[in-house]
Design a protein around this ligand. Structure first.
Ligand code: PMP
Length: 427
C-alpha cells in the first residue's frame, strides 16, 4: 500500500493530477496472460473487466504478428502496402455490403472525430445528437458529445442530447414499443430543434449497445423509429462500436447488427488490435470519398503495417478460437447464475447484458429502485481485494460492468460468481 502511494504521487508529479485510476487501493500490474493479470507482488487477478485485450492478454498469435511485422517493416502510411488493404478487405466483409470502405486511425476518439466530419461532408450540416449519458472520446469535437466528461465552457449550440435508454427505469415508465417510441420522440424533437438553428442536422451518434449508459436490455427494433426519423431528415446514423464490436455481445460481430439496423458510418477502437492502438471508421465508399475530398485527411500512424498485422491476428483468433460462440455460451451461463444469486441477495435489482458484456444494478429497494451507488463501489473494491477485477457503470453509478477478455470460460465465471456471492453475503 505504501508502495502504491509512492507510485500514485510519482504519477501525479509526472503525468498530472486527476487521471482516472481504478479502486481505492490501485492495482500495480506487471504481467498478463489470457484472462489473468499479475501484480508487482506476484498476486494473480481474474480479469473480468478489460475488453482491450479482446482475445486475451498477450495472446501469442498477436504478439507473434506484431513481432514479425515490426522486425520486417514499419512506416508511415504514404507508401503502398498490402497489409492495410488485406485488413480492410477482411474487416469490411463482416459488415453489410453498403459499408465497404474504411479509414484506420489510432484511437476511438479519432475515429469518432472523423465520423462527425464525414457526416458533415455528406450533409453540409454540423448539428449532432448523442445520448445524455455517453462518452465518445477526447478530441475537442468529440468531447462535445460526452456528458460523462463535459467540455469546459459547456456544450456547443450544435449539440443536442437525448435521454439514454434505461430498460430498468424506462422513459415514460413503460417498456417495449412505448419505450422505443419515447426515445424516437426525443430524437425527432432534437432534429427539429437543430433544423431551426444555423447548424442544421447532420448525424445521430450512438453506441448501439449503449455500453457507457449501462447497457440496457432493449426490445428488438428499439432503434428503428429513431433511425427512420434521422434518414427522413437527411441525416446520417453513426454507430460507435468501440465497446460492443468484434463479437463481444455473443450474437453478432457488431452491436448494430444485433440491434437490427444498418448505420451509415461505424466507428471502431479498443479491442481492434488487442491493445495495440488501432481504431477505424467504416462507411460506404461514396461517404468516405466525400470526406477525403472535403478534408484531405492524413494520419501518420493509422493503418501502419504493424497495426494492421496486429488487427489481422485479432480477426484470425476470434474466428479460429470461436470466441463469439464462447461469449454467447459463457455469457448466458453467467447471467443465469447471477439471476439465481438475485434470489438470494435483495440488493441485486436487475441483471442484464449480452454475451460477455453484462452486469447488474444494485438497489436499496426493489420497489423504489433506489440506486445503491455506495454499495456498488464497495462491492467492486472488495472484489478487487479478493483478486477479481470488475468495473462500475450506469446512469446512477450503481451497476457493475463485467466485460472480460473473450476467452473467459465457465470455470472462470464460476470463480468470479463464488467470490461475488461471498462479497454480497458479507455486506
Ligand atoms: N467511444 C466509446 C463508446 C468509448 O467507450 C471510448 C473510450 N472509453 C471511446 C469512444 C474513445 O476511445 P479512445 O479512448 O480509444 O479514444
Amino acid at each position: 500500500m505504501a508502495d502504491h502511494a509512492a507510485l500514485v504521487a510519482r504519477r501525479e508529479r509526472l503525468l498530472g493530477r486527476n487521471m482516472s485510476l481504478f479502486y481505492d487501493d490501485p492495482v500495480h500490474l506487471v504481467r498478463g496472460e489470457g484472462v489473468w493479470l499479475w501484480d508487482a507482488e506476484g498476486r494473480r487477478y481474474l480479469d473480468c473487466y478489460n475488453n482491450v485485450p479482446h482475445v486475451g492478454h498477450c495472446h501469442p498469435r498477436v504478439v507473434e504478428a506484431i513481432t514479425r511485422q515490426a522486425s520486417t517493416l514499419n512506416t508511415h502510411t504514404r507508401y503502398l502496402h498490402e497489409g492495410i488493404l488485406d485488413y480492410v478487405e477482411r474487416l469490411t466483409a463482416t459488415f453489410d455490403s453498403s459499408l465497404d470502405a474504411a479509414i484506420l486511425t489510432c484511437t476511438g476518439s479519432e475515429a469518432n472525430d472523423v465520423a462527425l466530419r464525414m457526416a458533415q461532408a455528406v450533409t453540409g450540416k454540423t448539428g449532432v445528437i448523442a445520448t445524455n449519458h455517453t462518452y465518445h472520446g477526447n478530441t475537442a469535437a468529440v468531447s462535445q458529445l460526452s456528458t460523462r466528461m463535459p467540455p469546459v465552457g459547456g456544450f456547443g449550440v450544435h449539440v443536442r442530447h437525448v435521454s439514454a435508454p434505461d430498460s430498468y427505469r424506462p422513459l415514460g415508465g413503460e417498456g417495449g414499443a412505448a419505450f422505443a417510441a419515447a426515445f424516437a420522440a426525443e430524437v425527432e424533437a432534437a432534429i427539429a430543434s437543430l433544423q431551426e438553428g444555423p447548424h442544421g442536422f447532420s448525424a445521430l451518434i450512438i453506441d448501439p449497445f449503449f455500453a457507457n449508459e449501462g447497457f440496457p436490455d432493449l426490445p428488438q427494433g428499439f432503434l428503428d423509429k429513431s433511425v427512420a426519423a434521422v434518414r427522413k431528415a437527411g441525416g446520417l446514423v453513426i454507430t460507435d462500436e468501440v465497446q460492443p464490436g468484434f463479437g463481444r455481445t455473443g450474437s453478432d460481430m457488431w452491436g448494430h447488427q444485433r440491434a437490427g439496423i444498418v448505420p451509415d458510418i461505424v466507428t471502431l477502437g479498443k479491442p481492434m488490435a488487442n491493445g495495440h492502438p488501432v481504431g477505424g471508421v467504416v462507411a460506404n465508399a461514396d461517404t468516405l470519398n466525400a470526406f477525403r475530398k472535403a478534408f484531405r485527411y492524413f494520419n501518420t500512424f493509422g493503418g501502419n503495417p504493424v497495426s494492421c498485422a496486429a488487427a489481422m491476428a485479432v480477426l484470425d483468433v476470434i474466428e479460429d478460437e470461436k470466441l463469439i460462440e464462447n461469449a454467447r455460451d459463457v455469457g448466458e451461463y453467467t447471467r443465469d447464475a447471477f439471476k439465481r444469486l438475485a434470489q438470494k441477495h435483495a440488493i441485486i435489482g436487475d441483471v442484464r447484458g449480452s454475451g460477455l458484456f453484462m452486469g447488474m444494478e444494485f438497489v436499496l429497494d426493489r420497489t423504489t429502485k433506489q440506486p445503491a451507488a455506495a454499495q456498488a463501489s464497495r462491492i467492486v473494491n472488495e472484489m478487487r481485494e479478493r483478486g477479481v477485477l470488475m468495473g462500475k457503470i450506469g446512469v446512477h453509478q450503481c451497476a457493475t460492468k463485467i466485460r472480460p477478455p473473450m476467452p473467459f470460460s465457465r470455470e472462470n465465471a464460476d470463480l468470479m460468481l463464488s467470490v461475488f456471492d461471498d462479497v454480497l453475503s458479507g455486506l
